[in-house]
Design a binder for this molecule. Structure first.
Ligand SMILES: Nc1ncnc2c1ncn2[C@@H]1O[C@H](COP(=O)(O)OP(=O)(O)OP(=O)(O)O)[C@@H](O)[C@H]1O
Length: 658
């Protein structure tokens, strides 16, 4: 080809006239020339001082070609890599014909102007800050032990997908998937499904991704891992990733797109703001936006427009939601649904080896305890086990381990740490400071009812006990003012505190049972397993410093009948009642009488509707084991479950007829 015989300088000179008028985004070209050390600071300043775009382009070409072949080659290389932004389309064939050296074909050019570069760095710093914050908050729960990195990426399973190897190109069968609800009797760890990593999700071509999973299973962690990968990848391409959770978005209901994007994240400098925003709008294919558990999307017109691609049409949108929200009409939108399924058995083993490996006796106790092991497939519970297990003594291991019990221990240990008390002093301290704890419970309950994470009326005194459980988020909302929001360190902690409030207000329980049956308030269902746990006799000794013992007993006397009456009704005409949820609540309650009552109402005939995860196996096995004389008929046809789950079901086999 003719071009192959021309030197870089000749190649530029021969197209001089077109280049002077057809080079675009000159600051980006200058920035790259500066980074490649073709221009120094003074030259960049002089170029900036040139009045017109034409003069700037002429100077760039003039100075570069005068510097010789290597400089000209670098400019051609920059134009080639950034052509979409820096060359008029008419010149794309011209630049593509220039033969780059083989080793330079994968060149690393920055794709941003200097302001964009700064902004990119700022965003990445922000991403890192979020990750640090994430680690710190668990550091808090974990009694200050170093948390380490996210080594244990959860098993992320995606349904109905095809993954092409080896290029890792991902194509999804159902581009317009409306209802991807797992079919009845689908297996829990299905062989035909492909595991996806956060990196796959970052790279895949899908624009609408819904991440689904139960509380604490790791949805936020998956998106934060994506954020980390994005923050740490090299800067070959300028791209943007925005992470929004409710606390980030609070107070922005009336904001336009620009304010939403720039309000909470480190802002580009005022003079660059327009350029950066324009770049985001014009190149929306380089934008990833995450809405993490944001329930306000519906009411927020700008968020809704982003979600529907009316704004930033080419952006990739990732939304996380809890399992029960999956079928909401609002989420009838993804081209890809991803189910986050938590730690696999290997991950649980590896995790405990790492965290408790220094104490082989403790490690052995945890790994051999079926309940603890099954709970640990939910990563947040695994963290909690590691936190409280060193405090346990041998006799403590003889009873069943419930989630509520873990939360109560974490609650008590957090108080102990915040107030620098000994274990023996916790009860006394809580008794004397009931009021502070009750205020937090009330705040938590009200916020949960209103589907928000933001807690009003929180004392700013960091000494106050509530600060053992909360984090404060401050956003500057004008030049000289800032707003501070308080949220729980994790959503599930808020639900636990809401249950504590209900325990102190038994008159409200029946109302909440009814609310759980409504579409609008079904999120309240997450509070009830905790309430059951708090009503369980085994936990009374841990909470009687906060509530009168006879009041707890009185409530538990009538509660289970009301609970079963409410929850054994089918949820809708098409759906049966939620058997696994009821078993989970019964497991938390740890009352053999309640289980018997339930089994009798079911005529000892249980047919789960969905596949079983290890925790559900544990709860189901527990309930069945309580049957005295009668066998329980359990329909598990075509169900697959993990080995640990199967072991638990087998442990109650004399009581089961399959
Ligand atoms: N794969 C993982 N590796 C390490 N830690 C994890 C992993 N998954 C979850 N965790 C830990 O468990 C905690 C709870 O996880 P996360 O907040 O991601 O759950 P979630 O599914 O978003 O819960 P929710 O529905 O309540 O918002 C996290 O703070 C994190 O510390």
């Amino acid at each position: 080809m003719a071009c192959a015989r021309q030197s870089p300088t000749e190649y530029l000179r021969n197209t001089w006239a077109e280049l002077v008028t057809h080079m675009e985004n000159l600051p980006l070209i200058m920035e790259n020339l500066y980074q490649q050390r073709v221009f120094n600071d003074h030259e960049v300043e002089d170029l900036k001082a040139e009045k017109t775009e034409f003069d700037k382009a002429r100077c760039i070409l003039d100075w570069v070609t005068k510097k010789g072949e290597e400089a000209s080659y670098k400019l051609l290389k920059i134009l080639d890599v950034t052509k979409k932004r820096t060359l008029h389309p008419d010149l794309h064939p011209w630049i593509s014909c220039f033969p780059l050296r083989v080793e330079d074909e994968e060149t690393s050019c920055s794709f941003g102007t200097k302001p964009c570069q700064n902004y990119q760095t700022a965003l990445k710093k922000k991403a890192k800050r979020i990750l640090k914050d994430q680690r710190e908050r668990y550091g808090k729960y974990r009694d200050g032990k170093a948390q380490g990195n996210f080594h244990f990426i959860p098993v992320v399973l995606e349904r109905d997908s095809v993954m092409k190897t080896p290029q890792c190109k991902i194509k999804w069968k159902n581009k317009k998937c409306k209802k991807l609800r797992p079919k009845k009797l689908i297996s829990y760890i299905p062989t035909e499904k492909q595991a996806l990593s956060p990196e796959d999700l970052l790279r895949c071509q899908d624009k609408n991704i819904l991440l689904i999973g139960k509380p604490g299973i790791g949805k936020t962690t998956v998106v934060q891992e994506m954020l980390r990968l994005w923050a740490e990848k090299d800067d070959r391409e300028l791209d943007y990733m925005f992470y929004f959770d409710e606390s980030v978005l609070s107070g922005s209901t009336n904001d336009d797109l620009e304010s939403i994007l720039f309000k909470v994240y480190l802002k580009p400098m005022e003079k660059d703001r327009k350029d950066v925003f324009q770049d985001i709008e014009e190149n929306s294919e380089n934008v990833i936006i995450v809405f993490d558990g944001v329930s306000c999307v519906q009411e927020h017109s700008v968020l809704k427009k982003i979600m529907d691609h009316e704004l930033l049409p080419e952006a990739k949108i990732i939304i996380t939601c809890r399992s029960e929200e999956e079928d909401e009409p609002l989420f009838n939108w993804p081209t890809l649904k991803v189910y986050v399924e938590g730690f696999s058995e290997e991950s649980i083993n590896a995790y405990y080896q790492k965290m408790l490996g220094h104490d082989p006796v403790l490690l052995d106790v945890v790994l051999k305890n079926q309940e603890l092991f099954s709970l640990s497939h939910v990563p947040i519970y695994a963290f909690m086990v590691v936190t409280f297990i060193p405090f346990k003594n041998d006799t403590d291991f003889n009873h069943q381990h419930t989630v509520t019990e873990m939360y109560i221990h974490i609650f008590r240990l957090a108080v102990k740490k915040h107030k620098n008390k000994t274990v023996q002093q916790i009860d006394k301290y809580l008794r004397e400071n009931k009021d502070q704890v009750h205020l937090l419970m009330e705040n938590a309950f009200n916020a949960t009812m209103q589907k928000t994470l933001i807690l009003p009326d929180i004392s700013s005194n960091e000494e106050d006990i509530c600060h053992a459980f909360l984090k404060m988020i401050t956003t500057t909302d004008s030049l000289s003012s800032a707003m501070t929001y308080c949220v729980f360190l994790h959503n599930t902690m808020q639900e636990f505190f809401s249950a504590l409030w209900l325990l102190g207000h038994p008159d409200e329980i029946e109302k909440v049972l009814q609310l759980c049956q409504t579409e609008e308030n079904k999120h309240m269902k997450h509070v009830l397993p905790f309430l059951c746990g708090l009503l369980g006799e085994h936990n009374i000794k841990l909470i009687k410093c906060l509530f009168p013992e006879d009041q707890i007993k009185k409530t538990s006397d009538w509660f289970i009948e009301k609970f079963l009456e409410t929850f054994l009704q089918p949820q809708s005409e098409s759906e049966e009642f939620d058997l696994l949820y009821v078993c989970q609540c019964l497991y938390e309650l740890q009352s053999p009488e309640a289980c018997l009552k339930f089994l009798e109402k079911m005529d000892h005939h249980l047919e789960p509707e969905e596949d079983l995860d290890p925790h559900q196996c544990c709860a189901l096995a527990y309930v069945i084991t309580q049957s005295r004389e009668k066998e329980v008929y359990l329909n598990l046809e075509d169900f697959n479950m993990t080995d640990a789950g199967m072991n638990m079901m087998l442990s109650c086999s004399p009581k089961i007829r399959y």
